[in-house]
Design a binder for this molecule. Structure first.
Ligand code: ADP
Length: 501
C-alpha cells in the first residue's frame, strides 16, 4: 500500500532541515570562537618565544663583544640576558612544552646555566692563564651556539603551529559554508518542489473554477491536505453544478410559461380568424356567391399556414434530438444559406462574405444553418430594398479576458468562457436602420417582434440564442439607430460535449 504523504510532514522536514542548519551555524560559531581563542594564546606564547630567542641572540652578541674588547659591561649584559632566558624557561615550562619536548627544554636550561657558569669561570681566570681562557672561550661558544639553535627551533615550531591553526581554521570555515549552502539549497528545493508546486497547481485549478469553469479539480498530489482540499472543492463544485441546474430548470420553467403564453396568443389570432371564416361560411353556405366562399377559404388556408409556421418553429426549437457533431466548413455553410435566401434577396442589396476557406467546425450543420439563416433574414428585412450585408469570420486565439469581454454595446453574453480555447468569431453586419435602445434588451426574448402581424413571430433570435448556447459560445449585438447593426458570434473550436442543460 502506498504511504500517503502530507504537506505538514514535508514542512516539518523543512523545519528540521532549518534546525540542523541552525545547529551547524551555532557549532561553527563556537568552533570559530574557540579556535580564535587558541590562536590568540598561541600568538601570546609566540611573543614569549620571540623574547626568549631574542635574549639568546643578545647573549651571543655580548659574548662576541666581550671576547673582542674584554669590557666588563658586555660580560654583565650577557649575563643579564642569560639570567632572563633562565627566568623565561623556568616561568613558562608548561607553555613551552607544546613547542619542544621536555628533555630539549631541560637541555636548553642546562645549557644556559652551564653557559653562565663558564662565563663566570672565564671572568675569574687570571690573565696569566691564557691556555685555560682559550679552552673556556671555545666551550662558551659551543654552548652558546647550542642555546641559540634550540631557541630558534622553538621559535620555528611556534610559527609552524600558528600557521597550521590558521590553515585548519580556514578549511573548517570553507567546509561549513559549503555545507550550510548545500543544506539551504536542499531545503529550498524540497519546499519548492514538494510543497509550493502542488499548491501552485491547486491555485491554478481553483482560478479556473473561479473563472466560471466548473470542472472537477484533478491535482496530482499524494499529500493528505491537498487531497482533502481537492475532495472538499470537488464536492462543492458538484453542489454548485446541482444548484446551477436547479436554477436553470426553474429559469427554463419560467421562460416556458412566458413562451406558452406567447404561443397561446400567437396561435389564438389565426385560430380566431379561421373560426370566424368558418362561421361565416357555415351561416352563408349555399347563400353566398362562390367568390366570397373562395376568399374565405383562402383566408382559412393562409391562417392555417401561419399557425403551421408557428408550430414548426416551436417544434424546431423544442426538438429533443441529440446535437450532432459533424465537420462543417463555415464558408460552404454560408454559401448554402445564401443560396437558400437568394429568392428573398432584393437586387439592390449586396451581400459580401469574407470567410477563410480553412475554418472548419465540429457542429450540427442544420442547427448552425438555422441560426445564420435567422440572422441573415433579419438583416435582409432590415436593409429593405437596398443596402449592404457583410459577413465575416476569423479565427481567434482566446485568453480568459478576451473571451468574456466583448466589444461595443453588448446586450448579452452567453457561455461560461473557456480560457485558452481557440474560437472563431463570426460577424453579420447590415446597413439597416439599427435597433432602438429600448428595443435592444428584448430582441432575444421569445415572441418579441417589432414587425407587422404575419411578418414576424419573434422566435428568430430566440432560436439563435439557444443554438449559440448549445455550443458554449457567446452572442453580442452592437447597434445604433441610423448606423446599422452588427451581430457578433463567438464559437469555441472545442465545444463542450453536448448541449447545455
Ligand atoms: P422577428 O424577426 O420574427 O421579429 P426575431 O427574434 O428574429 O423575430 O427579431 C426580434 C426583433 O429584433 C425584430 O422584430 C427586430 O425588431 C429586431 N431585429 C433583429 N435583427 C435586426 C436587424 N438586423 N436590424 C434591426 N432590427 C433587428
Amino acid at each position: 500500500m502506498k504511504l500517503q504523504s502530507s504537506l505538514r510532514q514535508k514542512i516539518t522536514l523543512g523545519y528540521l532541515g532549518y534546525y540542523a542548519m541552525a545547529l551547524l551555524i551555532i557549532a561553527l560559531s563556537l568552533f570559530t570562537y574557540i579556535e580564535l581563542r587558541l590562536i590568540e594564546q598561541k600568538i601570546k606564547l609566540g611573543g614569549r618565544i620571540t623574547e626568549l630567542f631574542d635574549a639568546t641572540l643578545e647573549i651571543r652578541r655580548f659574548e662576541k663583544n666581550y671576547f673582542l674588547y674584554r669590557q666588563d659591561s658586555d660580560w654583565q649584559e650577557g649575563n643579564r640576558y642569560a639570567a632572563k632566558v633562565v627566568e623565561l624557561l623556568e616561568g613558562n615550562a608548561a607553555d613551552f612544552s607544546v613547542l619542544a619536548s621536555a628533555p630539549r627544554i631541560a637541555r636548553l636550561l642546562n645549557d644556559v646555566r652551564a653557559y653562565r657558569a663558564l662565563m663566570a669561570e672565564y671572568g675569574r681566570a687570571g690573565l696569566a692563564n691564557a691556555h685555560q681562557k682559550t679552552l673556556l672561550e671555545v666551550q662558551v661558544r659551543r654552548v652558546g651556539k647550542d642555546v641559540v639553535t634550540i631557541a630558534e627551533g622553538m621559535a620555528d615550531a611556534e610559527r609552524r603551529m600558528i600557521r597550521e591553526s590558521l590553515d585548519r581554521f580556514r578549511t573548517t570555515l570553507v567546509v561549513s559554508i559549503v555545507l550550510i549552502s548545500l543544506l539551504m539549497a536542499a531545503i529550498g528545493w524540497m519546499l519548492s518542489r514538494l510543497v509550493a508546486r502542488p499548491l501552485r497547481h491547486l491555485d491554478r485549478c481553483v482560478e479556473a473554477v473561479s473563472s466560471g469553469r466548473l470542472d472537477k479539480l484533478v491535482v496530482p498530489s499524494g499529500d493528505r491536505e491537498i487531497i482533502s482540499i481537492t475532495q472538499a472543492f470537488n464536492h462543492m463544485i458538484g453542489e454548485l453544478e446541482l444548484r446551477q441546474k436547479r436554477l436553470l430548470r426553474s429559469e427554463k420553467l419560467a421562460s416556458l410559461g412566458t413562451m406558452l403564453a406567447g404561443v397561446a396568443h400567437e396561435l389564438n389570432n389565426p385560430l380566431s380568424n379561421i373560426s370566424l371564416s368558418c362561421q361565416i361560411l357555415l351561416e352563408e353556405v349555399g347563400e353566398c356567391c362562390p367568390e366570397q366562399g373562395k376568399e374565405l377559404l383562402e383566408q382559412i388556408d393562409e391562417q392555417t399556414e401561419r399557425a403551421r409556421k408557428i408550430v414548426r418553429a416551436l417544434l424546431d426549437f423544442a426538438r429533443d434530438k441529440p446535437v450532432k457533431r459533424e465537420t462543417v466548413r463555415l464558408a460552404a455553410l454560408f454559401e448554402e444559406v445564401l443560396l437558400f435566401l437568394k429568392g428573398e434577396t432584393p437586387p439592390g442589396v449586396s451581400i459580401v462574405t469574407e470567410i477563410p476557406a480553412d475554418i472548419v467546425l465540429q457542429a450540427d450543420r442544420r442547427r448552425l444553418e438555422q441560426a445564420f439563416l435567422n440572422l441573415i433574414k433579419n438583416a435582409l428585412e432590415a436593409t429593405g430594398e437596398s443596402g449592404e450585408i457583410r459577413i465575416g469570420a476569423a479565427r481567434h486565439g482566446l485568453t480568459k479576458e478576451s473571451f468574456v469581454a466583448g466589444q461595443g454595446h453588448d446586450t448579452r453574453f452567453l457561455g461560461k468562457g473557456y480560457p485558452g480555447v481557440e474560437a472563431i468569431d463570426i460577424e453579420i453586419r447590415d446597413s439597416g436602420p439599427g435597433i432602438p435602445a429600448d428595443v435592444l434588451p428584448r430582441i432575444f426574448d421569445p415572441f418579441f417582434t417589432t414587425k407587422d402581424v404575419g411578418r414576424g413571430m419573434g422566435l428568430g433570435l430566440f432560436i439563435v440564442y439557444e443554438i449559440v448556447e448549445e455550443y458554449n459560445g457567446s452572442i453580442s449585438v452592437n447597434s445604433e439607430p441610423g448606423h446599422g447593426t452588427v451581430f457578433h458570434i463567438r464559437l469555441p473550436l472545442e465545444p463542450a460535449d453536448g448541449p447545455q442543460q
